[in-house]
Design a protein. Structure first.
Length: 270
């Protein structure tokens, strides 16, 4: 099968309103003399789903921290909705590998925690209705008052998704959010994530080590080179939506996985 026009060296994203724009972003840790990132250019458009994949130590997590505002780039600019990202922002939602729920708080109390931290307990209480609606959205209706130790790993991650969404962020940044789950649970959560992103028209950026996960979820998959991390190639995933797990058995899906695997094996041409 030929896959024309699926590869570009300078990813600019899909057609639509730009939401996240990175221009010439580089990062050097001077104390350790580590050049982590070099000249990263990205443009995420509204409602798009972008994944980045690369070997351990290539700078994926550093890139994500810069996008969240937790780290400053050594060079270049990061813009979200036309404004520079100079620190943590309310319109950025972040989800990590572990759900990190507070064990003494119920599911709904964990969901409204960002509101409580930001605006106080009264504001958090006023958001309980919205939190319950989100828990219903991810299939946890009836679990609002359940504590984390009574939840499975997948259920806990769904609570974490709700906690990320409660602040209505403009963009979702995901750092291997389902890597700790078993394969069946991970597949289910990938489909849940796709459904939620579609319903909310969320602009999403995913860091992952899983090529199949990147392909089944994404519109674009960027391959990062070994350190210093660069976007060496970007593959456009032209598969119909909504995606299904059955697609993972199709030749076209396998061809995308093979293409990305070859880019990684070759060091993405570098």
């Amino acid at each position: 099968m030929t896959m024309e026009n699926t590869l570009s060296s300078l990813p600019v994203g899909l057609e639509g309103r730009p939401v996240f724009e990175l221009r010439g972003v580089s990062k050097t840790y001077k104390r350790r003399n580590v050049h982590a990132l070099e000249k990263i250019d990205l443009r995420l458009t509204e409602g798009s789903f972008w994944a980045v994949i690369g070997s351990s130590g290539c700078g994926k997590s550093t890139l994500l921290k810069i996008m969240t505002g937790l780290l400053s780039p050594s060079e270049g600019s990061v813009m979200l909705s036309g404004k520079p990202v100079t620190g943590p922002r309310r319109d950025i939602g972040m989800m990590f590998q572990q759900p990190t729920l507070f064990p003494w708080r119920t599911a709904v109390e964990n969901v409204v925690l960002p509101i409580e931290i930001r605006d106080g307990k009264k504001a958090a209480l006023e958001k309980h209705k919205d939190a319950k609606a989100l828990l219903d959205l991810v299939g946890l209706k009836g679990f609002e008052q359940v504590y984390p130790n009574e939840l499975s790993g997948g259920m806990a991650q769904r609570v974490a998704i709700c906690r990320m969404l409660i602040t209505e962020p403009a963009v979702l940044l995901l750092d291997e959010p389902f890597s700790a789950l078993d394969e069946l649970s991970r597949d289910f959560m990938d489909m849940e994530l796709q459904r939620i992103c579609k319903e909310r028209n969320a602009t999403t950026f995913l860091v992952t080590h899983s090529i199949p996960e990147a392909v089944i979820l994404s519109d674009m998959v960027s391959v990062m080179s070994p350190r210093p991390g660069r976007i060496a190639a970007t593959v456009t995933i032209d598969l119909p939506r909504p995606r299904t797990l059955e697609m993972m058995t199709e030749p076209r899906f396998a061809a995308y996985v093979k293409q990305i695997r070859e880019l990684l094996d070759k060091g993405a041409f570098l």
